[in-house]
Every structure is written in structure tokens, then in C-alpha cells.
Design a protein around this ligand. Structure first.
Ligand SMILES: [Zn+2]
Length: 624
């Protein structure tokens, strides 16, 4: 039947349905420069209106909406939000057909003699978080060019020239890594740029805006462009900015080279626009809670965001895993080296806050302890069936819906799990070199090359091994592969630095901050349970006490030992070490679950191993 219908379609000549999507080639897009204009003023409907002029030649043409997005590492281009596509040439409407296998591709026939086509469509940005990332609010917007443009198939993205312009709401200010050619009223026209760099240069615009110089006039300049829900949130005190100025200095000391000619942190303080952390060569999109500066204790775990995204300018944008360095946004990516790209960056987002004074020693140790606990006791999945390497496939798998049992699925654990591996590598380098070498030497040798360049410099696993061998000779290939491919292998990193992970009944600063910031009760290491707002059950530790009692994510905790649920009732019941009876609601049924757990509250902490050197302290110390 399938064969017959295919034959019918072919014999009927519906060529457009089966047209090939031309593969990208390294050749200049000779018909000319694309003009892309975005009207971003419809705040009421949260719709971005696009008008694009694409120079063309007559004949078949395939237009692409970016699907495989850098930084996301997967096929997440929001094609479902593109609507109203209308293509014309000389006033005549041109019919288009969507590719049946690649729904981000549109096929059409350009009439002979047409020098350009006009493309119009809207990007229907999400109205709430269930529909996707909210990128437009009454006070700010986040314009990502991949959501508001189509580009011709058959060319490397960096061989297509584009001139972009955007009209912003009256009175707003806009920031991006792009340079401005001209401003006319509320419309900004940017200097021509290649399509690769355009997608790498998103815009934050807002009603309440402030630009702060972080490099104090040094070259290359680094700015923090802040947009906020309210004007008062822009009153950032000089002592709050100091760590970010120090971040620029410490990164220069760490890498000794830059991969930007100027850098902009596009920084949103908002509870309305969805949060984001997305890296680019010369900027980053950093969206964080509105109270980030006003309630620092609550936001302790989020302070790694700017160091993380900034680090990617070196690790991820400039140096990128060879299988991830694709020539256009519609070529599938492979993520086998994300344990370097994201894992080492997660390592640095746990080290740099200490080096730049955002975390004190206690906070730093507590954050390390929490990450170590999550990746060992908190991850039966990594201890049994999934390897760190296998988790690097997660961005290519379907992202929708989140985890069911995160402790068992270990989704996206190439971030923290690989951070533990890099911590281990640092310890090993120090041990092998009697304290003369560290991960800083690896970073300078591997990422601190090609000063001033912001192209992509790809690498392989062998390149990493070779550079590590250049720092201190060792069998690094075996060392890394054991940790990447094995199970239950992430215990050694703390011991390598003279510390060990212990559990006691006092919640650490890191746990308290996580509970306040995410509005959860973290009983992972006692009951084996994370409880969300109003008793909603979050993750249930696979094979843990609550799991064995029949607890399931999505249930609602109603009462503990006959008393109405609150964070204190459940914590007190665990503290008493007696029998624990939980009344839970499962759909419309009430059930009583008996939990067999009598060891009291447990929270992760670090403890020094006597008689060893404290190299964690050396790692965390600012560079001079
Ligand atoms: Zn990252």
C-alpha cells in the first residue's frame, strides 16, 4: 500500500512534495544580501511581524527556518509558532510546499526573471510558559533572529549576507552584539552581517534599561545591558557589580585570550519573561529572577549564570566539539563532546563565583557538596544504567515534558556529572605534577589560543587527551573513558582535593538557598523526596524510602502522621525518627503510605580528610 501510494504521487508529478532539501555548500550566496525587518511593537498580541526581501534567481528554491540551534544543541527551532507565511514576487503570490520530512523547509518555484522575493510571516511568541519561552512582556522583549527569519538552503550560513532591522516599542532601548548602521525613529538598522553571526546576535530590548561598563574602558570592552520589570530593579549597587568586573579580569587571567571584539551580557531581571542562559561568541542571553540583586541569599545557585555563559565564549562558541560544529542550522548536530562544552563550563560556574567573590568559602563548599551528592547518592540512574557519555544525547532526544524520575533518567546530567570529572582531572593534574600544574594550565593551552578570533575552532576527544598530555603526561584517554563510560565513578573528585562528602541533619547554605529559590523541600537524602509548592511531589529518588512506600511524582502530599502538610510537619516527622505515615492524593483517590525510614534528616556537606592537602582552596583562590 505504501509503495503504491508513493508511485501514484510520483506519477502524478507532485514534484514539490518530494523535492530534496539542498545540502549546505561552502559557497557565497551570490544573488545578494537578504533584508530582514522585524516589527516588534505588537506587545498586546506578543506577535513579531517579519518582512524579508531575499534576492533570488529563477528556478526551484528551498527556504529554511532554523531547526538545530547552537547552545540548545538540538532540533528545537520553534517552527510551530511560525504563521501567516506569504511569499510573493513582483506582487504575485508564489505557492509554497512544506517538506514532508523536514517541516522547517519550504519549497517553491521562483519565476524566471524575478530578482527577489518578498517573504512575510509572523512569529506567534508564547503567551505562557506551557506554550514555550515567554519572550515578550509589557516591559521587555528577547528577539532571537532564528525565530524571525528564513534563509536559502544550499549554502553555509556564514556565506549568506544579511542586513537586519527591527522596530521596537516607543521609548524602549535595545542591546545586542551587533553594530548599528542607522536609527530612524524607533527602528534600528544593523550593519550587514553573515547569517551565522546574525543568529548568534540576539537582542534584549526594554522599557527599563541600563548599560554598565564592566571592563572600565579596557579593551576589548565588556558591557552588562540590563532590562528589568521595574525601574527600581536597575538600581544596582557598586559593590554588587564588583564581582562581575572581577569576572572579566579573572577570565583574562585564566585564558589569556579573547574570542570577541566586544562583549555584551544581555541581562534580564524579570519574573514575567522566561528565564534563559544562552551563550554566543560576543554576547549572552541571561534571564534571571527579578529579585536577583535584592535577595542574594535566595539566588545563590543562580549566581553561576553569568560566569557560565561568559565561559562559553571560549568553551563552546570558539572551541567546539567537531561533531557539533555544523555549517548551517538545518544540519543535525551530534553532542558527544558536551561533557567538555557544558561539563567543564558547569565546573567553572562552581569555581568562578568563589574566585570573583560572589560566594564565600562556606557557600562554595556547600555548593560543591550539593552537586557531588546529586551526582552520587542522588543518581541511581548514573550508578546503574546510564553513563555520563550517554546523557550527552539528551538534547537530540525529545525535550518536551521534562523528567518523570530525574534521579533515574539522569537527563542532561552531562553538566554536573562531567563537572565532577573535571574536578577530578584538576586533582589528578595537581597530584601528578606535585602541585605545579592544574586545570588552569589545560584551559590556557586549549581555549586560550587564537586571540581575537570568533570563528569556530573544532576539536576531537584525541585533541583533549593530547593537550592534557602536554600539561602532564598520563594515560588520560583511559582515565577519561573510565569516568565517561562507567557507572558509580564520580566519587573520587572531592577526595582528590583533600575533602569528602558527609551527611548530617543541618541543611547547608546551598540547600536552604535551593529551597527558597525553587520553593521546594529537599528531602532527597533522607526520605528520598523533593516536595514542591503546596505539597506537590517533585522527584522521587528511585528505589529510595518514599519510592518503596509507593510515592510517585505528581501526587500531592496532604498530611503527615495525621497533621496537615507543611514543610515543618514533614521535616519534624523525619527528625523524630519514628514511623512516618503520609496521606497523599493520587488523581481523585486518597491513600495512606507507610515510609520505612528512621535515620533522621540528611543534608550533604564537605569535610576535610585529615593529613591531606586542601587543594580545593587553591582551586577556588582568585588568580593574580
Ligand atoms: Zn551552558
Amino acid at each position: 500500500m505504501i509503495v503504491r501510494s508513493l508511485v501514484c504521487a510520483l506519477t502524478l508529478g507532485s514534484a514539490a512534495v518530494y523535492a530534496e532539501v539542498p545540502a549546505p555548500r561552502d559557497r557565497e550566496y551570490t544573488p545578494g544580501t537578504l533584508q530582514i525587518h522585524v516589527d516588534a511593537t505588537d506587545l498586546a498580541h506578543r506577535v513579531f511581524r517579519v518582512r524579508e526581501t531575499i534576492p533570488v534567481q529563477g528556478g526551484p528554491l528551498t527556504l529554511l527556518y532554523p531547526q538545530w540551534l547552537p547552545g540548545v544543541h538540538g532540533p528545537a527551532g520553534p517552527i510551530d509558532k511560525l504563521a501567516g507565511l506569504l511569499i510573493t514576487a513582483g506582487g504575485q503570490t508564489l505557492p509554497w510546499t512544506r517538506d514532508t520530512l523536514q517541516p522547517h523547509a519550504f519549497h517553491l518555484d521562483v519565476p524566471q526573471g524575478a530578482a527577489s522575493i518578498e517573504v512575510q510571516f509572523q512569529f506567534l511568541s508564547p503567551q505562557n510558559k506551557e506554550q514555550g519561552r515567554v519572550v515578550m512582556t509589557p516591559e521587555m522583549l528577547n528577539l532571537q533572529w532564528n525565530t524571525v527569519s528564513l534563509y536559502p538552503a544550499g549554502y553555509y550560513a556564514n556565506r549568506i549576507q544579511v542586513q537586519a532591522s527591527a522596530t521596537y516599542p516607543a521609548g524602549w532601548q535595545a542591546a545586542s552584539a551587533m553594530e548599528i548602521a542607522s536609527t530612524n525613529g524607533h527602528t534600528i538598522t544593523y550593519k550587514p552581517i553573515d547569517y551565522d553571526d546574525l543568529v548568534d546576535s540576539p537582542v534584549f530590548a526594554g522599557k527599563y534599561f541600563k548599560r554598565i561598563d564592566l571592563a572600565s574602558g579596557a579593551s576589548p570592552p565588556v558591557y552588562m545591558d540590563v532590562v528589568a520589570d521595574e525601574a527600581r530593579l536597575l538600581e544596582i549597587k557598586p559593590e554588587q557589580l564588583k564581582p562581575y568586573q572581577e569576572l572579566v579580569r579573572q577570565m583574562t587571567l585564566l585564558y589569556g585570550a579573547h574570542h570577541y571584539d566586544h562583549y555584551d551580557f544581555l541581562f534580564a531581571l524579570s519574573d514575567k519573561m522566561s528565564g534563559i542562559g544562552l551563550e554566543h561568541h560576543r554576547s549572552s542571553e541571561d534571564g534571571i529572577a527579578a529579585d536577583y540583586f535584592t535577595e542574594p541569599e535566595k539566588n545563590l545557585a543562580r549566581t553561576g549564570l553569568l560566569p557560565h555563559e561568559y565561559n562559553h565564549s571560549w568553551n563552546g562558541k570558539y572551541r567546539r566539539g567537531a561533531d557539533l560544529a555544523t555549517p548551517s542550522f538545518n544540519v543535525p548536530m551530534r553532542d558527544s563532546l558536551l561533557w567538555v562544552y557544558e561539563g567543564q563550563t558547569r565546573f567553572w560556574d562552581h569555581v568562578l563565583p568563589a574566585r570573583i567573590g560572589l560566594w564565600n568559602a562556606e557557600q562554595t563548599n556547600d555548593m560543591m557538596a550539593l552537586m557531588a551528592a546529586e551526582m552520587t547518592k542522588g543518581r541511581p540512574g548514573l550508578n546503574t544504567w546510564r553513563s555520563v557519555q550517554d546523557t550527552t544525547n539528551d538534547p537530540v532526544m525529545n525535550e518536551a515534558g521534562g523528567s518523570v524520575y530525574q534521579s533515574y533518567q539522569a537527563r542532561f546530567d552531562y553538566y554536573p556529572a562531567a563537572a565532577m570529572i573535571w574536578l577530578d582531572v584538576d586533582g589528578k593534574l595537581r597530584e601528578l605534577s606535585q602541585g605545579k600544574r592544574s586545570i588552569d594550565d589545560f584551559c590556557k593551552a586549549f581555549f586560550g589560543v587564537g586571540d581575537g578570533k570568533y570563528n569556530v575552532n573544532p576539536y576531537t576527544f584525541e585533541d583533549i587527551v593530547k593537550t592534557l598530555n602536554g600539561v602532564v603526561p598520563y594515560d588520560w584517554a583511559t582515565y577519561l573513558r573510565q569516568r565517561l563510560d562507567g557507572h558509580d565513578v564520580l566519587h573520587g573528585a572531592l577526595e582528590a582535593h583533600g575533602w569528602k562528602l558527609v551527611y548530617n541533619d543541618q541543611p547547608s547554605v546551598a540547600v536552604k538557598s535551593m529551597e527558597a529559590g525553587r520553593k521546594v523541600v529537599n528531602l532527597t537524602y533522607s526520605l528520598g523526596l523533593m516536595i514542591g509548592k503546596d505539597g506537590e511531589i517533585g522527584d522521587v529518588l528511585w528505589d529510595g524510602p518514599a519510592f518503596k512506600a509507593g510515592m510517585v511524582p505528581g501526587m500531592k502530599l496532604i498530611a503527615v502522621n495525621g497533621k496537615e502538610y507543611s514543610a515543618d510537619t514533614v521535616k519534624n516527622a523525619v527528625k523524630d525518627k519514628g514511623p512516618i505515615e503520609l496521606l497523599v492524593k493520587n488523581f481523585d483517590e486518597y491513600q495512606t503510605l507507610e515510609v520505612d525510614y528512621h535515620d533522621g534528616l540528611k543534608y550533604p556537606h564537605l569535610e576535610r580528610v585529615q593529613g591531606t592537602a586542601d587543594t580545593l582552596g587553591l582551586l577556588m583562590a582568585p588568580r593574580k
